[in-house]
Design a protein around this ligand. Structure first.
Ligand SMILES: [Zn+2]
Length: 492
């Protein structure tokens, strides 16, 4: 924990009040101890703010960090818009003897289903795995189906079968190492991020304890277990908020590496048409599907709650959302709903009543708006209902769901405010929130005030006055976590 004096910074008001005159902010021992005119104590690092804008450090409330680190190395298919474009990129990336792992294509927006045969035709005997942007299915060639021990077929591998097979993809590529993690953590810090919730699939906490000591220790991390890890979590006595063991006496991490919530995936996704809905999808006629029965869902939530874990339940469709909310109500569990992409008035009232946080990824709106207009046209006004959530006193936390969307807090904030790309017509603007509200939903409840953690981001522009393009690409001069500088643009 460190000390830092920020001179002449303007604290950005997130409560609707006017921006104050520049003032000094002193962080000592990792905590904000003075704000106003500060006579700096000797020996403290001083940063000249020159009237720049200060906000609490940003959080990403939903990240799959290992996947994000891997995605930064995989074949990037995110800019393709058809199967033919994907096949062309795969053909160009094929090297003798090297499997191809690609990611980022959005099959949900394509006009047709793909076949394994057409992928085989351009890849031959080399395993090729193309992971859809929503992570709920993958397009594999026959060599990859064989390599992962999956039955041969002519369609994509989806949902439970895909989730079970995914860990075996690791046998086809080099794993993400500490250097990969450090690279993505550095990039996050440069965007003002001070902490993130890591929902990486089924990784033991010991991985994080080890990684922390390999230099991946710049930000606050909340590691989140999945259901399959409950026994080992219980045996280690881990509870939400506790420091992870194996990282020193108190964790040796100043409370920066902690246990998050039990993650449960209750339904699928829009892109795969598996998000579970009250009404059928316009194109497939299906309703999506739950991943558990209501009883199974209530049982696992109750188990986590008994073990002292808050719960983070993925629910994208409205039927899934209401089913999950009933399970929270029945068990008394706390925590969050991840995504809450399609809401109902009843669900919003219940979210508020139960004090659950809606953990929403606004940048998905940019990718999903066409699909929502096409297959959820009858319910589009109930998607990404951020305005309704805040108006009904539901706590909101913004995130990226990286690698589904880039780990970029400003893209999330700008998407929540403008409901479209810069220059694009806003999608259902009646559900827009203000920039101050979007930032407030991105700081884990923190404020710039005495007694608060010394987690801050110093911005080159006033975010409340920034136009859409500038907001989406906000430049961050300096980021500090518990007073320790983790990004300094001036330092080059
Ligand atoms: Zn996710």
């Amino acid at each position: 924990m460190s000390s830092l004096l920020l001179r002449r910074v303007r604290v950005v008001p997130l409560d609707g009040s006017a921006t104050a005159e520049p003032a000094d902010v002193l962080i000592e021992g990792g905590v904000i101890t003075q704000a106003g005119a500060v006579a700096g104590p000797a020996g403290v690092r001083v940063v000249e703010g020159d009237g720049r804008w200060l906000i609490p450090g940003l959080w990403d409330a939903h990240v799959h960090l290992g996947q994000w680190a891997l995605a930064s190395r995989r074949l990037d298919l995110s800019r393709t818009s058809s199967p033919e474009e994907v096949l062309a990129l795969v053909t160009g990336a094929t090297r003798p003897g090297r499997p191809v792992i690609g990611t980022g294509q959005r099959a949900g927006s394509w006009a047709r289903q793909v076949t394994v045969a057409e992928l085989d035709a351009v890849t031959g005997g080399l395993p090729v795995v193309l992971i859809n942007a929503d992570f709920h299915h993958a397009w594999l060639n026959t060599a990859a189906l064989d390599a992962l021990g999956l039955a041969r077929r002519d369609v994509v591998v989806a949902e439970a079968e895909w989730f079970a097979a995914y860990p075996r993809v690791a046998s086809l590529e080099r794993p993400a190492g500490s250097a990969d993690y450090q690279r993505v953590l550095r990039k996050a810090a440069a965007q003002g991020i001070v902490g993130l919730v890591d929902f990486e699939f089924d990784t033991p906490w010991t991985d994080w304890a080890r990684r922390w000591h390999e230099g991946c220790d710049s930000l606050r991390i909340r590691w989140s277990p999945y259901g399959g890890q409950l026994d080992s979590v219980r045996m280690a006595g881990l509870r939400t908020g506790a420091a992870l063991p194996g990282a020193g006496a108190d964790g040796g991490t100043d409370g920066r590496l902690t246990v998050g919530s039990l993650k449960i995936i209750s339904d699928g996704s829009l892109g795969t048409r598996t998000a579970w809905c009250h009404q059928p999808y316009a194109d497939t006629g299906g309703f999506g599907a739950p991943n558990q029965t209501a009883d199974e869902l209530a049982a696992i939530i109750a188990e986590g709650h008994r073990d002292g874990l808050s719960v983070a339940a993925h629910a994208i469709g409205d039927e899934a959302l209401e089913t999950v909310l009933a399970a929270y109500a029945a068990t008394g569990a706390h925590g969050s709903i991840e995504h809450a992409q399609l809401t109902t008035s009843r669900a919003l009232a219940e979210l508020a009543r139960l004090g659950l946080v809606a953990s929403v990824q606004p940048a998905h709106l940019l990718d999903d708006r066409e699909t929502m207009d096409r297959v959820w046209a009858d319910r589009a006004e109930r998607c990404f209902t951020l305005r309704s959530m805040l108006d009904r006193q539901v706590g909101v936390a913004l995130g990226s769901d990286a690698p589904v969307a880039p780990l970029d807090p400003w893209l999330a904030i700008a998407s929540a405010v403008h409901r479209g790309q810069p220059g694009e017509a806003p999608w259902h603007p009646e559900q827009a929130i203000t920039t101050a509200e979007a930032i407030a939903a991105s700081v884990d409840g923190r404020r710039i005030a005495v007694g608060q953690p010394g987690d801050v981001a110093l911005l080159d522009a006033d975010p409340l006055a920034a136009d859409p393009a500038r907001l989406a690409s906000m430049r961050v001069a300096l980021t500090a976590v518990a007073g320790r500088v983790v990004h300094d643009a001036g330092a080059g």
